[in-house]
Design a protein around this ligand. Structure first.
Ligand code: FAD
Length: 498
């Protein structure tokens, strides 16, 4: 059943080990580095929990009929995909697409896993049962899962089992009564500090000998031995919400996950020492395309927000009347429409997979991913080119606007034809937080890498593209002429002997 934001926050007050500046964070819900982001996620839960949004955001549980967030819905029809899209978009709009790993992201992966139980049964029926049980619990309890499925960059020239010491990368180090001991590190749990459970696995290819590292499991955030080392948070150092409206409220954080001999009961293990199944989770099952469809819907919201803001700025500075500015805005809007169009195309051409999951078309999802990884940096550059120095010529902080000593000059010299100083500064500080601040820099890195190393995504596109259809066209064309047909043609000149 869906939970309220208050219930979500209460659930985070546990013994989790989040480390910042060399110290354990006592309570992530009140610490200035995380509190605002926690409340931004709480607002998502409140929205889905509101009876007014029940139809949009939930579906009745198969188990007891109570409302479950739609991100857990295993899509069996195209209408299921459309219903998931509407719910995901509504959530993404609430954070302006700035929380990439909101709870619906990993939930979408688990919807794909749960629809593919026979796949997990290939490793033993108990693993499929574990998954089914955990999925039901997570959906019914409306849990927030983060994930760390990439091995940390230590020595990528060597496979996991040949690193400088064993279990630098997270792996199954021992079996004990009732479960396994997991040791090592994994990156990069976005949202980890405010999630309830972390899904640990590996999406990178594993080599023979890497079997210990071929695992797929979940751990609660307060599991003894689980530690999260967060990167520099942005919220606690910004001067005000007015100066940094996004850094202050939507920094979902990213963390290195260290598993210091974490005991994981068997019931939380879904793949155990099986390289083929570990990789297949993200290619044979629909989880990766369903999860990344969520990511693209979120991206679509962010792009809408970004170009909407740029248009608002052009309106305020009086540039909207210029044909060249209209063309530039049309160019920005084209990119948003392409991302939206790819989400809809993958959904409209979806087909049931071997497990009966309605799978968005892989080639569309990965083409969009490749496109977005390249497009986002170009988009930011195009916006910077439109803005010139005005995004820099801004008062150091909102204090300049509040002080009678400085405000008159700002009102006089920092204005636009259609905007007062306060309106202009508000718009431009918001834009800078989206394209130029440290928060924005992290977002740029995120959009370029969140789904994986770009060549790996191109490889997925290569493997899913319909080469047979492309090749059939080439074959038909090649077969439509040869030396004889050219010689026999009455309409074209025959080749002349040389
Ligand atoms: C902000 C952010 C949030 C993230 N959140 C999550 C998360 O929530 N969960 C999660 O599991 N992961 C997350 N990730 C991790 C992400 O999945 C990885 O960063 C991504 O898979 C790329 O892997 P990598 O960082 O090891 O880059 P690398 O694979 O090291 O690639 C870096 C660069 O090196 C190049 N390169 C790599 N190998 C070669 C080679 N052999 N020859 C030539 N060039 C090469 C690549 O093309 C690329 O340009 C996040 C990443 C970022 C940046």
């Amino acid at each position: 059943m869906t939970r309220s934001g208050a219930d979500f926050i209460a659930g985070l007050r546990d013994r989790r080990n989040v480390f910042l500046d060399g110290e354990r964070v006592e309570d992530v819900t009140t610490h200035p580095a995380f509190a605002e982001a926690v409340h931004s996620v709480a607002r998502l839960y409140d929205f889905a929990h509101d009876p007014a949004n029940r139809e949009l955001m939930t579906y009745p549980s198969e188990r007891d009929g109570r409302p479950v967030n739609k991100s857990w819905l295993v899509p069996r029809t195209r209408e299921d995909l459309a219903a998931r899209r509407r719910a995901i978009k509504a959530w993404a709009d609430l954070s302006y697409g700035l929380m990439g790993r909101s709870p619906d992201h990993v939930a979408s992966f688990f919807a794909g896993f749960a629809g593919s139980l026979p796949f997990f049964a290939r490793g033993g029926q108990q693993f499929a049962d574990n998954l089914a049980r955990f999925y039901a619990k997570a959906a019914d309890e409306d849990l927030y899962l983060s994930y760390a499925i990439v091995q940390p960059v230590i020595d990528r020239s060597k496979p996991a089992h040949q690193q400088a010491e064993p279990y630098l990368y997270a792996g199954a180090a021992e079996e004990r009564d009732g479960g396994i001991v997991v040791r090592g590190a994994q990156m990069l749990a976005t949202g980890g500090v405010m999630s309830d459970w972390c899904y640990i696995s590996v999406i990178l290819p594993l080599q023979p000998g890497d079997e210990d590292y071929a695992i797929s499991l979940v751990v609660p955030l307060d599991a003894p031995g689980l530690k999260l080392y967060v990167r520099r948070p942005y919220a606690r150092t910004v001067s005000s919400v007015f100066d940094y409206p996004l850094s202050s409220r939507f920094d979902e954080t990213d963390a290195l996950v260290v598993l210091d001999d974490v005991f994981v009961p068997w019931e939380h293990v879904f793949v155990y020492k099986n390289r083929e199944l570990c990789a297949g989770q993200f290619s044979v099952t629909a989880a990766h395309v369903i999860g990344n469809t969520q990511a693209h819907i979120r991206s679509w919201a962010k792009l809408q927000f970004l170009v909407g803001l740029v248009r608002r700025i052009c309106e305020a500075n009086g540039q909207l009347a210029k044909p060249e500015v209209v063309a530039q805005l049309g160019d920005l809007a084209t990119r948003v429409s392409l991302v939206e169009g790819m989400v809809l195309a993958a959904e409209a051409s979806a087909a049931p997979d071997e497990f009966g999951v309605m799978r968005p078309t892989d080639a569309m999802v990965y083409a969009s991913q490749v496109y977005q990884q390249q497009m986002y940096p170009e988009l930011l550059n195009a916006i910077r080119a439109m803005m010139g120095g005005s995004v820099i010529q801004l008062p150091a902080s909102v204090a300049d606007l509040c002080s009678p000593a400085t405000r008159p000059d700002l009102e006089r010299y920092v204005r636009w034809p259609r905007a007062t100083a306060v309106e202009r500064i508000k718009l431009l500080k918001l834009l800078w937080d989206l394209i130029g601040s440290e928060f924005a820099g992290r977002h740029l890195q995120y959009e370029m890498f969140y789904a994986g190393e770009p060549n790996a995504i191109k490889g997925r596109e290569y493997r899913s593209f319909d080469w047979a259809a492309a090749d059939a066209l080439v074959e038909r064309c090649l077969n439509s002429y040869d030396l004889d047909t050219v010689a026999a043609s009455t309409r074209l000149p025959a080749p002349q002997p040389t």
